[in-house]
Design a protein around this ligand. Structure first.
Ligand code: Q0Z
Length: 286
């Protein structure tokens, strides 16, 4: 058996290859981005941590929604996935008010068509999680859209299905993570359809790259929160006075080591599995 991989897409820090008509290979690199710029310095094992976390969540949410994961490769940093017809929607769930949700709320009192109570604070917990879809921008930032616009993109029934599924996935993971000291402020899913038209969770799930993770211990609404994984990198970049345009700065050894430790800490807290165990046999998370 031999496989010729054809490169089909590049994300900021991941690569996608075709294996055959039915399967893709998703490779997570050790690259890290901050302020939307990929830095020249890698964080060793970051790709394995994120791949392992996704596989962990895919295994635990399979009764909530089917997912694209077929096989975790022995390297721990890449997965074989079912090839799907992707929906043209970024499915965002917010449990807390941060990022573009907070910006929308300050301007308009609502976000993605959800009228919110007055007096919410930055990073404040929402009365209940909300589904705030956005469009996939080919360049620049995704644009938040309301349910009417999202229904035009995928149809009303499919919209209602992705909304309910997204909320159920978020509730499950946010409750698990909070019990282990991590708040999932918000998260982004991508869904696709299989050959029978069934909804399938694709891409990555509840990784620190697709979600805002906050350390629960330090949670103080009324301002921005430190990021669980990238705060050392951001603090270092801010202290440098870098103007946040490419190229980004090289990271010093201590920032790399501290950031790597944060990724491993998130992995071990959320999975309850030692990262060394994962490296020895990635299937332990599934
Ligand atoms: C995901 C992306 C990239 C990572 C296409 N199971 C699937 N079936 C069909 N298409 C996709 C998937 Cl995951 C798909 N993306 C986004 C691009 C690295 C994710 F380069 N694009």
């Amino acid at each position: 058996m031999s496989e010729t991989l054809i490169h089909v897409a590049s994300g900021k820090v991941r690569e996608l290859f075709t294996i055959d008509d039915d399967r893709l290979l998703l490779v997570a690199s050790d690259r890290i981005s901050t302020f939307d710029v990929v830095l020249p310095t890698e964080i060793p094992d970051k790709g394995r941590v994120l791949t392992g976390l996704s596989a962990f969540w895919f295994a635990r949410t399979r009764d909530v929604c089917a997912n694209h994961l077929l096989e975790l490769r022995p390297d721990g940093g890449s997965t074989e996935c079912r090839r799907l017809e992707m929906l043209p929607l970024e499915c965002v769930v917010r449990g807390y008010l941060a990022g573009s949700g907070w910006k929308d709320y300050q301007r308009t009192g609502s976000t993605s068509g959800h009228a919110l109570p007055r007096g919410l604070q930055e990073s404040g917990r929402l009365p209940e999680p909300i589904f705030t879809p956005s469009t996939k921008a080919t360049s620049g930032h995704d644009e938040n859209i309301d349910s009417g616009r999202a229904m035009e993109l995928v149809g009303r029934e499919r919209y209602e299905e992705v909304e309910q599924t997204s909320l159920a996935l978020y509730r499950f993971a946010a409750e698990h993570a909070a019990a282990h000291g991590i708040l999932i402020a918000d998260t982004k899913f991508e869904f696709g359809l299989d050959a029978d038209g069934r909804l399938v969770l694709a891409d990555e799930a509840f990784t620190p790259d697709s979600s805002r993770f906050w350390p629960a211990d330090d949670y103080t609404p009324g301002g921005s929160q430190p990021s669980f994984d990238k705060q050392f990198v951001r603090d270092y970049c801010e202290a440098l006075g870098w103007d946040k345009t490419p190229p980004g700065p090289e990271l010093p050894e201590d920032v790399v080591a501290g950031t790597r430790a944060r990724y491993l800490d998130a992995f071990e807290r959320l999975t309850g599995i030692a990262f060394a165990e994962y490296l020895a046999d990635p299937t332990v998370v599934t």
